[in-house]
Design a protein around this ligand. Structure first.
Ligand code: SF4
Length: 294
């Protein structure tokens, strides 16, 4: 990897190869929390055989409500050499028969993922890549690693930077996520899916992002509107993130999607906002195995 890390929009410049940790917490090697088949992603991502998810530790975002806080923000996971990471990817492809490699929050580790993929390619082990991202990306990194983005599963989480800063300590999120969304839209050989997680008290931001997609990309874009927000981690101390979305808030977003002419994608049922079944969080153990609640 480069001497100083500028892989994400924080561009913190950490000298990770020399032993320093970045703002995200990532160090000199990949760190993976869990890897296994997941059947709960959007239908073309899970497919019939399941998506081969790799949950990386130390997300570049820092969301106060993150359901995966144990590894995304607190850094739980296993440090891995490139060979060990290739081993985890091999298990997903060969033993588990995954449809794809679904890289969840991979940005700090893209150099290692590329090296691992090269090892596997020499063995003839190849799968499509899903880049599963908060959307907090730089165009430079996306370009450098474009071969790892057959499917861009990108969030558009906020449309106001003050919310992104307060809830995710992610300055410049809106411009970064929209530039990433546009990059995915304009790239050949990339299938973009835009996820809009409706946040309590901030449904207007999901509506604004739908308007942005319709205006700047196309209302033919594939969107995945999600009701499943559940107050986890530090959310209890940060209203309105301490509650679930209301039916009226969710309806405002789904009705806006219809009004704007979106027809491609998925709208999670409102009942998912009460089920909590799709959340991972503290219940999911580390290592290889099923992805989801036990
Ligand atoms: S990926 Fe992590 S280490 Fe690299 S620039 Fe972003 S915060 Fe810093």
């Amino acid at each position: 990897m480069d001497e100083i890390c500028r892989l994400c929009p924080r561009r913190c410049g950490a000298r990770r190869a020399g032993g320093a940790r970045g703002r995200c917490g990532a160090g000199a090697c990949a760190r993976l929390y869990r890897w296994g088949l997941h059947f709960g992603e959007e239908p073309p991502v899970s497919g019939k055989r399941g998506s081969g998810c790799l949950f990386f530790s130390h997300c570049t975002m820092d969301c106060i409500y993150c359901q995966n806080t144990k590894w995304s923000r607190r850094g739980a996971g296993e440090d891995m050499s490139v060979e060990t990471l290739a081993g985890a990817m091999r298990v997903l492809a060969v033993d588990d028969g995954a449809e794809n490699w679904n890289l969840v929050s991979p940005t700090p580790y893209m150099p290692f993922i590329r090296d691992a993929a090269r090892i596997l390619a020499k063995e003839g082990v190849k799968l499509p890549f899903v880049w599963n991202s908060s959307g907090y990306e730089t165009i430079e990194t996306l370009e450098e690693y474009k071969d790892f983005c057959d499917v861009a599963l990108f969030d558009l989480r906020y449309s106001k930077d003050e919310t992104a800063t307060a809830a995710s300590s992610a300055p410049g999120y809106v411009a970064a996520a929209r530039a990433a969304a546009k990059w995915a839209w304009e790239r050949e050989n990339c299938t973009p899916i835009y996820r809009l997680l409706v946040l309590p008290g901030h449904a207007d931001e999901a509506v604004e992002n739908l308007r942005w997609i319709a205006r700047e990309l196309s209302s033919e874009a594939t969107v995945s509107i999600m009701s499943q927000y559940t107050p986890c981690a530090d959310a209890a101390a940060h209203p309105p993130f301490d509650r679930r979305v209301t039916e009226a808030e969710y309806a405002a977003v789904t009705e806006a999607a219809a009004d704007l002419g979106f027809e491609n994608g998925w709208i999670q049922g409102f009942e998912a906002s009460r089920a909590g079944d799709s959340l991972f969080g503290d219940d999911m153990p580390p290592g290889h195995g099923k992805v989801g609640k036990n």
